[in-house]
Design a protein around this ligand. Structure first.
Ligand SMILES: NC(=O)c1ccc[n+]([C@@H]2O[C@H](COP(=O)([O-])OP(=O)(O)OC[C@H]3O[C@@H](n4cnc5c(N)ncnc54)[C@H](O)[C@@H]3O)[C@@H](O)[C@H]2O)c1
Length: 334
């Protein structure tokens, strides 16, 4: 495949050695550019046989100008920045990487649950400001033996439950799409949404954002939580009505919230949640570790190599492209 180019259109990892090794394995060269806009993407990648993308928009307009592209691999799971219909029409496989950060997000959720329950961040701030003996004025409940609530029981929620086993918690699960028997077999109890909200001491959100989950945690839901409850969101910001959460935290109707994800990202500077002392605010880094980053890079280039070697990648987002017909390599690929 001499002469073939693989284009990373918006790299940002410390190195692209992993991708370069993959490119070398198929006799292609790897080029990296931080493309500014669609025009830039189209200029840079017009003759590439494969594209790797993080956040840039790979729109129909761009895809129509990718004359040799056979695969678009997304560094991550969501592919809302790629026009799947246009890719399929042009015989381009779109692949994503799944599961690369399951341990990391679960560990992040647990870190937020424990930090919220033990008031680690607010007490750290208070101590720095000269306070001492904070405990009695700010009652803390024992975590061991308390009730863990999981909204969603997919890969990350199950990892949270497994990793927290040593805390001997009762675990409640609300997931309309997971069989009750499977929940019970994991040592948890399947419950309705309201019971989950009423009973949980620590509530962790792990459902996807869609029409049914948008603002699922609204003022009504927050009012059902215990005043001692800790709410953690590492899923998607849109699951929570943030204005209602700000009100709940200000009124003290819940004890703490740990948020890795936000309705608006980056979180705007003047956002009222920033003033809530009982909110722990992070920057959507739940997925990140050095290991998960490597797994992400490896997964993306593996998908590219698979297509260029006429194999099917592990996770294809537009499987219809196989029925429609794949773009074939042209003679320029040597
Ligand atoms: N913070 C981060 O960096 C980060 C990284 C990866 C994923 N995520 C988020 O974490 C979420 C969970 O990831 P996962 O790998 O466990 O996904 P998954 O697909 O394995 O699990 C999602 C679960 O949610 C359930 N679900 C769907 N609709 C529901 C509803 N209305 N109520 C309750 N449960 C519902 C599904 O049945 C499924 O079991 C993802 O949707 C993603 O948005 C965040």
């Amino acid at each position: 495949m001499s002469g073939a180019r693989i284009a990373i259109i918006d790299g940002g990892y410390r190195s692209s050695e992993i991708e370069a090794d993959g490119a070398a394995a198929v006799g292609a060269t790897l080029e990296v550019r931080q493309c500014r806009d669609e025009e830039d993407v189209a200029d840079f990648a017009h003759d590439a046989v494969a594209i790797l993308v993080r956040q840039s928009l790979v729109s129909r307009r761009v895809i129509e100008r990718l004359g040799r592209c056979r695969v678009i691999a997304r560094y991550g799971t969501g592919v809302d920045n790629v026009d799947l219909e246009a890719a399929t029409e042009h015989g381009i496989v779109v692949a994503n990487v799944v599961g690369f950060g399951t341990h990391e997000v679960a560990e992040h959720a647990i870190a937020l649950l424990l930090a919220g329950a033990r008031r680690i961040v607010s007490h750290d701030r208070a101590v720095r400001e000269g306070a001492w003996d904070i405990g009695p004025a700010d009652p803390i409940s024992r975590i061991t033996g308390s009730t863990l609530g999981l909204l969603g029981f997919g890969a990350i929620a199950r990892a949270v439950q497994r990793k927290l086993k040593g805390f001997e918690m009762r675990t409640l699960v609300h997931d309309p799409f997971v069989d009750d028997e499977l929940v019970r077999a994991a040592g948890a109890e399947p419950v309705g949404l309201d019971e989950l909200l009423r009973e949980s001491d620590l509530l962790s959100l792990h459902a996807p954002l869609d029409g049914a989950t948008y603002h699922l945690i609204d003022a009504r839901a927050l009012a059902l939580l215990k005043p001692s409850a800790v709410l953690v969101n590492t899923a998607r910001g849109g699951l929570i009505d943030t204005a209602a959460l700000v009100a709940a935290l200000q009124e003290g109707s819940i004890a703490a919230a740990g948020l890795d994800v936000h309705e608006q990202e980056p979180l705007p500077l003047g956002h009222p949640i920033r003033a809530c002392e009982r909110a722990i605010l992070l920057d959507h880094a739940g997925w990140y570790s050095e290991q998960s980053t490597r797994a992400l890079q490896q997964g993306a280039i593996d998908a590219v190599v698979a297509v260029l070697q006429a194999r099917r990648p592990v996770s294809v987002v537009n499987p219809g492209v196989y029925a429609r017909g794949l773009r074939v390599a042209d003679s320029g690929e040597g």
